[in-house]
Design a binder for this molecule. Structure first.
Ligand code: GAR
Length: 184
């Protein structure tokens, strides 16, 4: 199986979905977080997954990314799946892992890069929101889209309600796309 590291910052529900689908296609060799208090990190530890936690606060982004890169290599990771990782990776880091990092984003890319995606989709009067898995490049949420899932927007929708329905689709989409990506 392809050795994959999952990067998180918080809850980690997408990481859990990826963990549940481990098998012949990929294995999670490390769960790394830029927030040592991330809830998902505690879950990963309980599951016996290898974890790495380090905050850039105090040491700076360059030193943080050097340490992260070293931990990823030590764990034997060859692929990186960002799962609610809320920090921008530097151009240098992206170049080192070129074509080997993917991300899940809660919009139908290329629409609504960045934050507050569901509120923006509702405010625009869109018929559907959704999620996308894409290759990470230097451009925020701008790399090749590998897969998308659509969710209809209801007349009485709120960003929270839409997010909850999209999240269900994220959990289906991400493992499927990761499997195809590491096999290709
Ligand atoms: C997910 O909805 C993911 O698509 C989004 O954050 C949430 C993380 O949830 N990611 C981004 O907004 C990336 N910019 P999770 O921690 O439960 O997987």
């Amino acid at each position: 199986p392809a050795p994959v590291a999952v990067l998180i910052s918080g809850r980690g529900s997408n990481m859990q979905a990826l963990a549940a689908e481990q098998g012949a296609a990929y294995r999670i060799v490390l769960v790394a977080s830029d927030r040592p208090d991330a809830a998902g990190l505690a879950w990963a530890r309980e599951q016996g997954l290898a974890t790495f936690a380090l905050s850039p606060k105090g040491i700076g982004k360059a030193a943080y990314e050097e340490a992260l890169d070293a931990a990823l290599r030590e764990a034997g990771a060859e692929w990186i799946a960002l799962a609610g990782y809320m920090r921008l990776l530097s151009d240098k880091f992206v170049a080192r892992w070129r074509g080997r990092i993917i991300n899940i984003h809660p919009s139908l890319l290329p629409k609504y890069k960045g934050l507050d995606t569901h509120a923006r989709a509702i405010a625009a009067g869109d018929a559907a929101g959704g999620c996308s898995v894409h290759v990470v490049t230097e451009e925020l949420d701008g790399g090749e889209v590998l897969g998308r899932a659509e969710v209809a927007i209801r007349p009485d929708d709120t960003p929270e309600r839409l997010a909850a329905r999209v999240l269900v689709e994220e959990h289906r989409l991400y493992p499927a796309v990761l499997k195809a990506f590491v096999r290709a």
